[in-house]
Design a protein around this ligand. Sequence first.
Ligand code: AKG
Ligand code: FE2
Length: 398
Amino acid sequence: MKNSNPISKGFSTFKRERVDNYKGSLVSTSMETYKEEEDHEAVNLGRSLIVPSVQELAKLPLTKIPLRYVRQYHHHPLSDDTTPSVPIIDLRNLLAAASGSSTYSSELNKLHTASKQWGFFQVINHGVSESLLEDFKREVLNFFKLPMEEKQKLWQEEDNHEGFGQLFVVSEEQKLDWSDMFYVTTLPHDLHRSQLFQKLPLILREKLEAYSKEMKKLAMGILGQMAKALEMDGDEMRELFHDGVQSIRMNYYPTCPEPELALGFSPHSDADALTILYQLNQTEGLRIRKDGKWVAIKPLPNALVVNIGDIMEIVSNGVYKSIEHQATVNSNNERFSVATFYSSNMGTELGPARSLVAKHKVANFRRVPLEKYFKGFFAQKLNGKSYLDFMKLQENVT
Ligand SMILES: O=C(O)CCC(=O)C(=O)O
Ligand SMILES: [Fe+2]
């Protein structure tokens, strides 16, 4: 059913009709979540309440932001200059150097340390062509510039969260992010919502397909190296991920009249295995939590940011860590980013790699079907790394 979309309504009230069939019980973060929604269609992993467009809101001559965007506890002090900056991995040294060479082993060691201690790193010489990156960037910027009448056709619907909007909005009281996003499942192809894909501008669709393919290749390359670094069975890694679920989230952070009161993206860890983030312009905004301090990730020309998601923390049996991150906004410059989330194959069970459990002689996380894991994740408000906590087998984790 098409939602009666409030985007075109006055922004003065920030009200929307209540979605009557929305199940409040889905907000649960307990294992009960897994018992919900058994009857839901297989490819529908979640939904989110429909909220107004921040891009449209930011066009108004506002000096104050509406209350729904005002955070109370967002003043996270930035780290001082003594904190080292996020590691940079040269992928050419990993993917092209002979695996016995010292160049290879020192880069592999860097990757392993970065994944354990930071959960975040930047990759250079990643092999994704500059022309594809430029073309895709142009089309994403054009996409956000489309007139609202066009974007409304691509807005989220009440029963599914793909499209323009915000994710993880589960109540009318919840604080909202100062951003608009477009979310789409790109792989495997049979998970496409074809009604959404068909409505995308053709040129964007072409570039999106090409970009999605390249991101899969890159993710598989990095996962293969991680298997080596973890001393995990390489075949097991391939079997888990060869037909992985990929989704792409395009983020637009408009300028904000009161940036110190708002957040572009609430603190969270990603639910996937590996996220590849493309910062489309030079505006800074990404912050990651390292040893209790927030560290800014500066956009680096020609680099992509990679981070460990919760699935990788689980598969690595806790050796690699997903890290909390957030996005800030500012009053002078808008910001664009594209996050590509890569997860294991649909239809598989999520849990620690068996080859690592045998090596570590302990399993630190429970096993659940991947689909249930995703449904639980998308049914709750983002709250740091809390979702991972109930995947942990507490008796095993220190
Ligand atoms: O825009 C950013 O820098 C962060 C985006 C992000 O964390 C996400 O899409 O999950
Ligand atoms: Fe994220």
